[in-house]
Design a protein around this ligand. Structure first.
Ligand code: PMP
Length: 398
């Protein structure tokens, strides 16, 4: 039966982790990861999460099946966070939101639904994008192409080329956009550029799919969500996937959501019924724990305030690490303009280092990043910063 099964390619980032684990260098640093570590190099357990779990443990509940679309209070909390408390679109019941298995699950439910809705559509993702975007939409049956994004020469976004690609795309094309904290580059569009993207999506009849995996990691919860308001303002139907993996440090709980903005309440009810079919035929209904934690935190004022503070703490620490990295590289004699490092948003930095330089970082210094030059700034801390900066400076000097 399995004689003809070919070996699938290894996940490049997991492969990097294996290489890191096998490295005996005591000073090794893993910047290849996609997770936030605190200044002690540890994965945080947020105090608001621990408090919500303590509350839940004090009044344990039996574990029945959840509704197919998840915990009602959770879905409502997601909607308030993404679209704004008391948003007009919510009062008009124009958003279908379902609990999902992380942001990935939200993307997958959306992709499967879109494939049924518009099987001939193409999907455009940014060049480059989070690796799984291509795989996920390809496996849902779509042809996936890219729109230009990263501009290596100018250390930023090739916005004219991006806009030209969107303007040339046929009606119905699904465009996957990173709502904030672009992974892997760290470069985000300005509000004025977003306005032009919204205009192109609207004029060309494209389908926007906003992947919001890092709300609160860039500038703030509302600031990072502002792009959603721009799409709402244009009266568009669109998709938003949400992930709480990073913002609640709940990676392993798989807490996310998919929201679909529709034109009318009647359409929304029909869309929701179709999303439920997708879920029902994949995993029937979602798990309880993580979503209950998030719902409890978001709907309990004291815990909510604590979360916002802890999230701000992660965001500020990342920014401090960006600034400190630049300072250390300068001190190590790097004279080129490094302002791009502090212009970038979120956990990642496209460092501009070549694959060869990234390999040297690994083999000579035990500093692990992705060959594309992506490093996780959220894995830097006050202990590893100086050696990492010294290593980067060394490979830059050749
Ligand atoms: N989208 C992007 C852009 C991501 O970076 C990630 C996680 N690395 C996800 C989606 C998936 O998030 P989750 O782990 O919640 O599935």
């Amino acid at each position: 039966l399995f004689a003809a099964v070919a070996m699938a390619p290894r996940d490049p980032i997991l492969g990097l982790n294996e290489q890191f684990n096998a490295d005996t260098n005591p000073d090794k640093v893993n910047l290849g990861v996609g997770v936030y570590y605190d200044d002690n190099g540890k994965l945080p357990l947020l105090a608001c999460v621990a408090a919500a779990e303590a509350q839940m443990q004090a009044a344990p509940k039996p574990r029945g099946y959840l509704p197919i679309d998840g915990i009602v209070a959770y879905d409502q909390a997601v909607q308030a966070l993404v679209f704004g408390q008391d948003a007009e679109v919510l009062r008009a019941r124009r958003v279908a939101t379902v609990q999902a298995l992380g942001g990935t699950g939200g993307l997958k439910i959306g992709a499967d639904f879109l494939k049924r809705l518009n099987p001939a559509a193409k999907v455009l993702i940014s060049d480059p994008s989070w690796e799984n975007h291509r795989a996920l939409f390809t496996n849902a049956g779509f042809t996936v192409e890219t729109y230009p994004y990263y501009d290596a020469a100018h250390r930023g976004i090739d916005f004219p080329a991006m806009l030209a690609a969107l303007t040339a795309a046929p009606a119905g094309t699904v465009v996957v956009l990173h709502a904030c904290c672009h992974n892997p580059t760290g470069y985000d569009l300005t509000p004025a550029q977003w306005a032009q993207v919204v205009e192109a999506v609207s004029a060309r009849g494209l389908v926007a799919f906003l992947d919001m995996a890092y709300q609160g990691f860039g500038e703030g919860i509302a600031e990072d969500g502002a792009v959603i308001q721009q799409f709402l303002g244009a009266g568009l139907d669109f998709f938003v996937s949400t992930s709480f993996s990073k913002s609640f440090s709940l990676y392993g709980e798989r807490v996310g959501a998919l929201s679909v903005v529709c034109a009318t309440a009647d359409e929304t009810a029909k869309v929701l019924s179709q999303l439920k079919i997708v879920i029902r035929t994949n995993y029937s209904n979602p798990p309880t724990h993580g979503a209950q934690v998030v719902a409890t935190v978001l709907s309990t004022p004291a815990l909510r305030a604590q979360w916002e503070e802890e999230l701000a703490g992660m965001r500020v620490r990342i920014r401090q690490m960006r600034e400190a990295l630049v300072t250390e590289l300068r001190a190590a004699g790097i004279t080129e303009d490094l302002s791009f490092v502090t212009r970038q948003k979120g956990m990642f930095s496209y460092s501009g280092l070549s694959a060869e330089q990234m390999q040297r970082l690994r083999s000579e210094f035990g500093v692990y990043g992705v060959d594309s030059g992506r490093i996780c700034v959220a894995a830097l801390n006050s202990k590893n910063l100086k050696p990492v900066a010294a290593a980067i400076a060394a490979v830059k000097k050749g």
